[in-house]
Design a protein around this ligand. Structure first.
Ligand code: ADP
Ligand code: GLC
Length: 487
């Protein structure tokens, strides 16, 4: 089979979160399992910086993308084949050659509807010249107009009409909702702007369109697949998800152990394995040094955080307990970037507790690896978490996760049970700082009080296999099922 991935992020070209990790690693595994994968990405400034001028072959000089009273023209750049995966870039300098990918510090780009609708239509058009797939696998709201176009204005296209579509929802809270006249601007039939199709509380909802018009819908953990069918986590699309229940699947994310494994990681101070954990102490020293935290006793736990600064991640709970944490012999190390509110919050905490809390604001790949390797515990108190990769990395690095029991966090972390010696981390279900603090305390009690138990806990996590092999098989089975239904 040939699968085209349409997504707004992919390592190493463009990343704000875990989507980029997934779009890098999953296609490679699908190729390894014998299929052909092509990835199309917007040619953002960030992506341009990763592709040398001499390596930019023009695959298509000009494609016409019509809007309501004007045309735009894009070209397609051949980014080459990497680990068997073909990369193409949709080049539209006026829409993608910008400082940021989606938003400036003062808010979203106002023309995001146009940027990502253009991207979707360009992928359809490009595929007709560069290779029609069996399946378009589209991701999140940014790629959701692809199935919408395909089943409406492209309905009679003899080249595309039998191609199947799969949408993966990586975050149901971010839907791409725009003004109602987006329907006309995108040249879509007026009767698509109804509550069964694209209309969402008066707005035009890209993600809703993707859910309604794709042949199958997946999300990145079984637990989140259930949660989004409820009012609590459905973000007002729970009814729409429910109506697609028969075609809705939770396929747990994998991780790329070629990059995220302390036995081979090129970003950390020393390598280590379950058989020989010695290197982890060197990683811990290196991390503390990098953050200017010196003379930290071995039994003072180091708590790590690497995340987008967004409300989703539950940092209000961390802020609530910061005073309590800092009153103990604990070190908190945070790497993150995103909403200015949280950047300021963490900077203030660091100024208040310079001996206990160290924060690096910014996107820093190397530091992210150092935190995963050098911390004793990895914190993810997310209010919701479709999949979550940080905690899975933590498991592999013997960095015990303390997480809120939601979505993929609940599916990947098992509560430690001292009586049986089973379990890989610590979880809490509620929404209070007190519960989060109690969870960290449970972890610290084992860490400081029972070295053997802690070692077992680390090894239990390190033994887990969250590689892409099994999830990729599930996606391939789904592609085959959808392709059969379409033929
Ligand atoms: P989300 O996709 O919601 O941000 P995930 O846990 O799925 O959450 O993935 C986050 C990914 O982004 C991980 O690979 C993590 O290491 C990385 N990451 C997040 N923030 C930063 C940062 N400031 N610097 C480097 N890497 C980061
Ligand atoms: C989203 C989710 C995260 C998930 C990632 C990759 O950004 O917030 O939980 O791991 O996508 O699927």
């Amino acid at each position: 089979m040939h699968i085209i991935f349409a997504a707004s992020e992919c390592l190493p070209y463009a990343k704000t979160g875990g989507l980029a990790d997934v779009i890098d690693a999953l296609p490679r595994e699908i190729v390894r399992q014998g299929h052909k994968v092509t990835v199309y990405l917007p040619f953002y400034r960030q992506a341009q910086a990763k592709v040398k001028e001499k390596d930019r072959k023009v695959a298509i000089r000009s494609l016409t993308i019509p809007f309501s009273y004007y045309n735009r023209f894009v070209s397609v750049i051949d980014g080459g084949i990497h680990a068997g995966v073909q990369i193409y870039f949709i080049d539209s300098p006026e829409l993608f050659d910008r400082e940021y990918m989606y938003a400036t510090p003062s808010g979203d780009y106002a023309d995001n509807w146009e940027r990502f609708a253009l991207y979707c239509r360009a992928v359809l058009e490009a595929s007709k010249q560069l290779g029609v797939p069996d399946i378009f696998h589209v991701h999140d709201w940014q790629a959701s107009m692809l199935p919408v176009y395909l089943r409406s204005v492209y309905y009679y296209d003899p080249m595309l009409r039998n191609v199947g579509t799969v949408l993966t929802v990586h975050n149901a809270a971010v839907q791409g909702v725009f003004a109602p006249d987006t329907t006309e601007r995108l040249l879509l039939p007026r009767d698509m702007f109804t509550s069964e199709r694209l209309e969402f509380y008066g707005g035009f909802d890209f993600l809703k369109g993707g859910i309604v018009y794709s042949d199958a819908v997946t999300t990145v953990s079984p637990r989140y697949a259930e949660e989004i069918q409820t009012p609590e986590h459905g973000n007002r699309l729970d009814g729409v998800f429910l109506s697609r229940r028969a075609d809705l699947h939770g396929i747990l994310n994998g991780v790329d152990y070629e990059t995220w494994d302390p036995a081979v990681d090129g970003n950390i101070a020393a390598h280590y394995t379950p058989q020989n954990l010695e290197g982890k102490a060197a990683c811990r020293r290196d991390l503390l040094h990098a953050f200017g935290l010196e003379r930290v006793p071995d039994d003072a736990p180091v708590l790590g955080v690497v995340a987008r600064f967004a409300t989703q991640k539950g940092f209000d709970l961390l802020a609530e307990i910061a005073d309590q944490l800092a009153s103990q012999d604990i070190r908190l190390i945070v790497v993150g970037a995103g909403e200015p509110y949280y950047e300021n919050l963490f900077k203030t905490l660091m100024e208040r507790y310079p001996d206990n809390i160290a924060v690096r604001v910014g996107y820093d790949e190397t530091l992210a690896h150092k935190v995963e390797a050098g911390s004793d515990m990895f914190l993810m108190p997310s209010h919701y978490e479709p999949g979550g990769l940080g905690q899975i990395y933590g498991l592999k690095y013997g960095t015990v996760p303390a997480v809120r029991a939601t979505g993929g966090l609940d599916d990947t972390v098992e509560e430690w049970d001292a009586a049986t010696g089973q379990g890989t981390g610590f979880k809490f279900a509620g929404e209070s700082g007190a519960e989060f603090f109690a969870t960290i305390e449970r972890a610290v009690t084992v860490f400081q009080g029972d070295k053997e138990a802690w070692r077992k806990l680390m090894l239990n996590g390190m033994a887990k296999d969250f590689s892409w092999t099994e999830p990729a098989k599930k996606y391939i089975a789904l592609y085959e099922d959808v392709a059969k239904r379409r033929s």
